[in-house]
Design a protein around this ligand. Structure first.
Ligand code: HAM
Length: 434
């Protein structure tokens, strides 16, 4: 017997049924926001990620050389693929472009709760608008899809910041090696405070600079008051554009009734290198799990990929953390199979079953019937295992009078009806009888 690879998952049909409900709720919300679905290949050139995804992702790549000698990898995230697609087809597109996709992704990580080697990730992105309205639309969509799944503001927190704020603040401290310092700040929540300080010492920062950074990172809270305080305390005029844009996002989210979900948190920087402005993360409030969403603005990636300047903002949400959070709140759908009708047979009724099943299927019912020559009681047991709502019993003796039996498997209610009537108008007849 073979085992599946570590960090990967199999899904049985009843598990898949629950997942399909979750995914279809997500798709419905995202489409209500005017996002259209795209798809891209699971394999891409290695170079697509070496440009700007960041060291961490590169270290986790599943990469190999193909028979043509090219370095290929399984996509670890969607953003580079989607930008590659956008740049190559930009001339035929009308902007702003609002796209979504739920790809399967691969990262060679150490498997643990909410962290897998193969997972699904919802991506939504808006391309072509620099306006904070685009940022708001993306964050609103994140909040709305969680509400539609059954979460509320007591469950989740959306922490928002802007990378430029932190960079401006670092400049006031005379720090210019942003890359190393931002990397340490991004890791801060996952490591001890001693290790955090060590990372900053290694980036040549002194005690005074580290203390000021820690104070700055801890100043999270209400958007208006915290931002105003920060801007007075630390920032020059040059950062007012960033602060105004963050305040617009906060105001816009408040207008939509989402103020209870959002917090301003300057410690959010995001690990991926391509972000250029607003960044955000969504966590469960109790902080039991890793981040559910991560996203932000990445206005330079299209140009880096050889295209024109196309501003962009979006996020990724992983299915593994979502499932953990939904199970914790008891809102993960029941894992059960569902079937409209199971046709149970007695004797040789093959022709009628073929006709009946074809008509019912053509009318949109999901239908199955016995192909194991089981006796009636075993067919009924099997029908309940399939989650059948109705049982249609077709027996040789009843058929002589043109009759079949319909049983509602939930209530046990049973009626005899004419086979020809079921065949001539199944939807009307079945709903009337049952
Ligand atoms: P990310 O922060 O790398 O961002 O991933 C976003 C989310 O994907 C995480 O918060 C987590 O829920 C899920 N995720 C990531 N890695 C794993 C893993 N190994 N196992 C399970 N879940 C995982 C991005 O990928 C960006 N490309 C998102 C984005 C889209 N930014 C703009 N547009």
């Amino acid at each position: 017997m073979f085992e599946r690879l570590r960090g990967t998952r199999d899904f049985l049909p009843h598990e898949m049924a629950a997942r399909k409900k979750v995914f279809s709720s997500i798709k419905k919300t995202v489409e209500e926001f005017g996002f259209f679905e795209t798809d891209t290949p699971a394999i891409e050139l290695f170079d697509l990620y070496s440009i700007k995804s960041g060291e961490e992702i590169i270290e986790e790549l599943y990469a190999f050389q193909d028979k043509g000698g090219r370095m290929i990898c399984l996509r670890p995230e969607l953003t580079p693929s989607v930008v590659r697609l956008l740049v190559s087809r930009a001339k035929e597109l009308s902007f702003p472009v609002k796209w979504y996709s739920i790809p399967r992704l691969w990262r060679y990580e150490r498997p643990q709760s909410g962290r897998l080697r193969e997972f699904y990730q919802l991506n939504i992105d808006i391309f072509g608008s620099e306006d904070p309205k685009a940022d708001t639309e993306v964050i609103s969509c994140a909040i709305k899809l969680l509400c539609d799944l059954g979460f509320d503001k007591s469950d989740i927190e959306v922490r928002i910041s802007d990378r430029r704020l932190l960079q401006e603040f670092l400049l006031t401290l005379g720090i210019t090696n942003f890359h190393e310092v931002l990397r340490a700040i991004d890791k801060r929540e996952k490591i001890s405070s001693d290790d955090f300080r060590l990372m900053l010492y290694n980036a040549n920062l002194d005690d005074c600079q580290i203390k000021k950074i820690e104070e700055f990172l801890d100043s999270k809270g209400n958007f208006l008051t915290t931002l105003e305080a920060l801007s007075k305390q630390y920032m020059g005029e040059s950062i007012s554009i960033v602060i105004n844009s963050l305040l617009k996002i906060a105001q816009n989210l408040t207008d939509r009734g989402y103020e209870g979900f959002i917090t301003f948190d300057p410690s959010i920087v995001r690990g991926l290198d391509y972000y250029t402005g607003m960044v955000f993360e969504v966590h469960d409030r109790k902080r039991e799990f890793r981040a559910l969403f991560g996203g932000g603005r990445y206005d330079n990636l299209a140009e880096l990929f050889g295209g024109e300047h196309i501003p962009a903002v979006g996020f990724g949400m992983g299915d593994a953390v979502l499932e953990l959070m939904m199970r914790r709140k008891n809102i993960w759908p029941e894992e059960k199979l569902e079937l409209d009708i199971f046709i149970a047979t007695i004797g040789n009724v093959d022709t009628e079953v073929s006709r009946l099943s074809t008509v019912l299927r053509n009318n949109g019912f999901t239908v199955d019937f016995d192909i194991m020559n089981r006796n009636l009681s075993n067919q009924i047991k099997f029908a309940s295992k399939l989650g059948a709502k109705f049982l249609l019993i077709v027996g040789e003796r009843d058929l002589k009078e043109g009759i079949v039996t319909i049983r509602d498997l939930d209530s046990g209610k049973e009626s005899k009806i004419l086979l020809n009537e079921v065949i001539s108008s199944p939807s009307k007849y079945l709903t009337k009888v049952l």
